[in-house]
Ligand binder design. Structure first.
Ligand code: NAG
Ligand code: NAG
Length: 626
């Protein structure tokens, strides 16, 4: 049977859109976040956001204990009391959520209005200052109401000379806000917050100014603090947190992508990408036995194809360089299209999407009958969300060869990714009919049946797989994933263990070891028994074998967060961002990193809020949080 691990054949790399293996594990980790988030929001009884909330609740044990229930009740009570309190404070302090209002009762005739300067204020008595301040503020509010902002600014300024009141600063900030002077808004709201650290309106106003001024991290920090102070009761602030989290993550991701040295992702990723390709013999003219001049184009092409079989990071780097050199050296004759195809494949893996696309275009120009070039190009189009171009490439490939199982397999992958499961199942089946020896068509068919709700057919497909491909760890790994999804923990763990054992045994033959079964086992033990230490240990093992495995890193981050080890979790989220290949994945990892970091910063900056967070009952008292 042909196998991607065969040491004598070259890999025929018909493309795959995303590494199927990796993406399914990612998907599960992501939906794990998602589910926990939903839980958090229900528990807290609020509609929130990724940031603040996710952490409390993510650091809670998955199931609500009696204690949690009590905390929840207390929390509701506290929230109610706080709301009543706020209502009172609202009238005393400042008026509505929006602008300062003209207070009719305090309206002061123009001629009665005192004029206060830095010099004159010193001779005023305590009582006079208080009276003047009230009058000036009222006049300021009136001026604000009639949009006479410069006059209002002047009046609030005089009021401030009489009395350093946070409300006066905040109101003057509202004027600067109306004039679009963000720097002044920031100055005045900062003065207000220094006088009253829990002044939510001033915080929100400053946050808005920061955001307008492009200072997204600062805005995020203020909105997060404001959310915590008013216990997530203000939807607008909560939405702002979410919006800014995205902005911060996106802008940081852009910087990472631009500054990033283009290099291959982890061997686990590359292997999973490559192993779903049907195996191909080394083509005529570059067989092992052919005598090729060292350093020539053909010699490098063969070297690259052979290096792929090591399944190690080193081997993949060697292959990547060899394909570069093959194209540079030239003299490739009939294999020129194949060389461009392979260089493009490795450029794609490195995230150099434009250069990869150009290589595939060139390959197709040189040899329009090399169908796998269309298939690979389709995956690149798909990654750029260009579905029509992807579909068109499959169409053209079919015109060249309507009996190539690779085309059906990869078109099935396209359907699968677009959740068109019934079409996907048809194409996987066609691919199997044309060549039943390719294991991933069977595995994917089983996964697709599962997604369609045909659990029995899916399980039957996997049992057949075990019979026919019982020596392949992948069968057990994916079977285990589906069992885990059905919460058949015991069986799932057994399958993962079998897969791990098989991987371990085959390491000697072929270098790299696929760490996904280890990570899956970690997830299973965590979900089954909340066994953090066993799960962490397995992830660490995976990271020893493949230190750059982003899935292992992201799983570690989650496990740490669940235990309230926030500072450690942050490090892992940042590392996951570094290791991610696509901008979308980087944004995803950074959103969690930023949410975590902001939460820590808020607590450092506003130590009094730490108590509030604990009051919200959210397990923020983890060891790292003290
Ligand atoms: C590759 O060809 C496609 C058309 O099939 C075109 O849209 C794309 O711009 C080309 N890309 C490069 C980088 O040459
Ligand atoms: C089509 O693909 C199959 C499988 O790779 C191959 O055996 C066959 O020779 C190809 N046909 C043509 C016309 O290229």
């Amino acid at each position: 049977m042909a196998s991607a691990r065969s040491t004598t054949a070259a890999v025929d790399q018909t493309a795959q859109h995303v590494s199927q293996a990796s993406s399914s594990t990612w998907e599960r980790i992501t939906s794990w976040y998602g589910e926990n988030k939903a839980l958090a929001w229900t528990v807290a009884g609020v509609t929130v956001v990724v940031a603040g909330g996710s952490i409390y609740y993510l650091s809670q044990p998955p199931k609500a204990s009696e204690q949690d229930k009590k905390a929840k009740k207390d929390r509701r009570k506290a929230a109610k009391a706080a709301k009543a309190e706020e209502g009172k404070a609202g009238t005393e302090k400042d008026t509505t959520a929006g602008a300062p209002k003209a207070a009719k009762a305090e309206e002061v005739a123009e001629e009665e209005l005192p004029t206060v300067t830095e010099e004159s204020v010193v001779s005023l008595s305590e009582q006079e200052r208080k009276d003047y301040a009230a009058k000036l503020k009222a006049a300021g509010n009136k001026a604000y109401g009639s949009k006479d902002y410069n006059r209002a600014i002047n009046l609030y300024g005089q009021a401030i000379l009489c009395k350093a009141d946070p409300v006066f600063y905040s109101n003057r900030a509202a004027c600067w806000n109306a004039l679009g002077n963000w720097q002044k808004v920031i100055e005045d709201t900062t003065a207000a917050v220094n006088l009253d650290p829990e002044y939510v309106k001033a915080l929100n106003r400053r946050a808005n100014a920061y955001e307008q001024d492009g200072k997204f991290s600062e805005a995020l920090l203020d909105y997060t603090a404001s959310c915590i102070i008013d216990q997530f009761r203000n939807d607008q602030s909560a939405q702002a947190v979410e919006r800014l989290l995205k902005k911060v993550a996106e802008s940081k991701a852009r910087a990472i992508v631009e500054g990033k040295e283009k290099r291959l992702p982890s061997p686990t990723f590359v292997s999973n990408y490559l192993q779903s390709f049907r195996v191909r013999e080394l083509p005529e003219g570059i067989k092992e036995t052919d005598d090729l001049p060292e350093g020539s184009g053909l010699w490098n092409l063969r070297k690259g194809l052979q290096a792929i079989h090591t399944r190690t990071g080193e081997g993949y780097n060697e292959a990547s360089q060899a394909f570069d050199k093959a194209v540079e050296a030239g003299g490739l004759g009939q294999h020129e299209a194949y060389a461009y195809n392979m260089r493009g494949t490795f450029r794609y893996l490195k995230g150099e999407n434009e250069a990869a696309l150009a290589d595939l275009n060139k390959s197709i120009d040189l040899d329009p009958a090399l169908v796998q070039s269309y298939v690979k190009r389709a995956s690149m189009h798909l990654e750029q969300s260009n579905r029509d171009a992807a579909a068109n490439d499959f169409e053209v490939a079919m015109q060249h060869n309507s009996t190539d199982p690779d085309i059906f397999y990869h078109r099935a992958q396209l359907h699968f990714i677009l959740s068109e499961f019934s079409l996907a199942a048809t194409d996987y089946q066609k691919s199997i009919d044309l060549d039943s020896s390719f294991i991933f068509s069977h595995i994917q068919l089983g996964v697709t049946q599962y997604k369609m709700g045909s659990i029995a057919s899916s399980m039957a497909t996997f049992r057949r797989c075990i019979k026919n491909f019982g020596d392949k760890s992948d069968v057990y790994n994916y079977y285990g994933e589906l069992l885990l999804d059905q919460q058949k923990y015991q069986e799932a763990v057994e399958k993962f263990e079998t897969a791990v054992e098989m991987e371990r045994k085959s390491v000697g033959e072929r270098g790299g070891m696929n760490v996904l079964p280890l990570i899956n086992k970690a997830l299973a033990l965590f979900q089954w028994k909340q066994d953090f230490s066993a799960a962490e240990e397995l992830c660490q093992k995976a990271l020893i074998i493949d230190p750059e495995c982003d899935i292992a890193v992201a799983t570690m981050a989650q496990l740490l967060l669940q235990q309230g080890k926030v500072i450690d979790a942050l490090k892992y989220f940042e590392r996951a961002a570094e290791l991610s290949r696509t901008e979308g994945e980087i944004v995803n990892a950074l959103s969690y990193a930023e949410a975590t970091r902001t939460q820590l910063e808020v607590q450092e900056k506003y130590p009094q809020l730490a108590a509030k967070l604990q009051g919200m009952g959210a397990g923020m008292g983890g060891p790292a949080m003290r």
